[in-house]
Write a protein of this length. Structure first.
Length: 284
């Protein structure tokens, strides 16, 4: 054969695989290329759609700032909202809240209770008596009476109640409508307890007469104390007019309770000019 130079391309160990391509290799590459191109196109389309949606909802600031002054002048001025109606000199909250009717106004009462040593009532019996008495007040009188028992009673309650004057009540808490001075002592010569007291009305600056009530049985003391409080109490009424020669009255606290409980005719305080006018009170 002689000396012949053989020129081989590809690997020498596998001449067959170097001379013939593997089946399917070209088609796989084309598929991967097509898939990558499709994903790229899809991403570009989604970005374009998102940008269009955002631009429609919120126009760029440059577009708003380029509005001509003439267009701004053509826009009608915004109408001012009408102010809320209010009474001159009265706050809006006070003008909106209507005053409560006098027949629904309760009496704020401060009780100054003194126990005479002759009554022989210790701390435990005192607490039980007041608890039972307050339960009866809530049952038979109800909301018209808001009673606060003074922790330290005034010295006036243990003094001479008969000689008291209205000026002695000037230093009491002005937030209360009425001040009750009440003293409990032993009955003499019979057994039992004696309730003595007077009422001061702040609105009319009136000091009521001396009242006295006796409980002959100690177990009956809570009920007797309630009866004494009703005798001590003088309700306030507003004269609203007249009809047939008779005055028309509106009793404070008269709504929501029995009328005969809070309107004893012999102790009704009339206020023709209003319950807060101290010069208008007169006893009927």
């Amino acid at each position: 054969m002689g000396n012949q130079t053989v020129d081989r391309q590809g690997p020498l160990d596998n001449p067959v695989s170097g001379s013939r391509p593997t089946p399917g290799t070209g088609r796989s590459r084309r598929r991967r290329t097509c898939a990558a191109g499709f994903c790229l196109c899809l991403a570009i389309a989604l970005a374009w759609v998102t940008r269009r949606a955002v631009s429609r909802e919120d126009p760029p600031a440059s577009t708003q700032s380029k509005a001509s002054p003439a267009a701004a002048r053509r826009q009608p001025p915004a109408k001012a909202q009408p102010a809320a109606h209010s009474t001159p000199g009265i706050p809006a909250a006070a003008a909106s809240a209507a005053p409560e009717a006098i027949d629904r106004q309760p009496y704020r009462i401060e009780l100054h209770l003194s126990f005479d040593p002759s009554a022989r009532i210790d701390h435990a019996r005192r607490a039980a008596l007041l608890k039972q008495w307050q339960a009866q007040v809530r049952r038979f009188v109800g909301p018209p009476w808001i009673i606060t028992i003074a922790v330290t009673p005034s010295p006036l309650a243990s003094g001479n109640l008969e000689t008291l004057e209205a000026e002695a009540f000037s230093k009491f808490d002005p937030t209360f409508d009425k001040i009750w001075l009440m003293r409990i002592s032993a009955a003499s010569p019979a057994s039992g307890l004696v309730f003595t007291g007077r009422e001061y009305d702040k609105a009319t600056r009136r000091l009521g007469p001396l009242q006295e009530h006796t409980a002959f049985v100690l177990a009956d003391a809570p009920r007797a104390m309630l009866q004494f409080a009703l005798e001590l109490f003088s309700p306030t009424a507003l004269i609203t007019g007249q009809e047939g020669g008779r005055a028309l009255l509106l009793v404070r606290g008269g709504s929501g309770t029995e009328r005969e409980v809070l309107t004893p005719p012999e102790r009704l305080i009339l206020t023709p000019l209003g319950p807060e006018d101290g010069r208008s009170g007169q006893e009927r």
